[in-house]
Write a protein that binds this ligand. Structure first.
Ligand SMILES: [Zn+2]
Ligand SMILES: [Zn+2]
Length: 75
């Protein structure tokens, strides 16, 4: 697990990545590099469908939904 020490404005700390870095995901619709995941709740998790910014629908600040789940007002 890669841990990187840092020093910022006199504060020292260590930043650890969560597990191995996942391979970059591709957009489920157009194949571009996915920059966000569908945040639509699915049971205890979320849909997590990878999408690029162009294909994702931002329903709220940093909250995205895939096309399948893109139904405004269903939250
Ligand atoms: Zn896309
Ligand atoms: Zn979805």
């Amino acid at each position: 697990m890669p841990c990187v020490p840092f020093q910022h404005q006199g504060v020292r700390g260590v930043v650890c990545m969560k597990g191995p870095r996942p391979a970059p995901k591709r957009c489920a619709y157009c194949g571009a590099l996915a920059t966000c995941l569908c945040d639509y709740p699915k049971g205890k998790k979320t849909c997590d469908r990878p999408m690029c910014a162009a294909c994702a629908t931002e329903v709220d600040l940093d909250l995205h939904q895939c096309r399948e789940h893109c139904a405004p007002g269903t939250y």
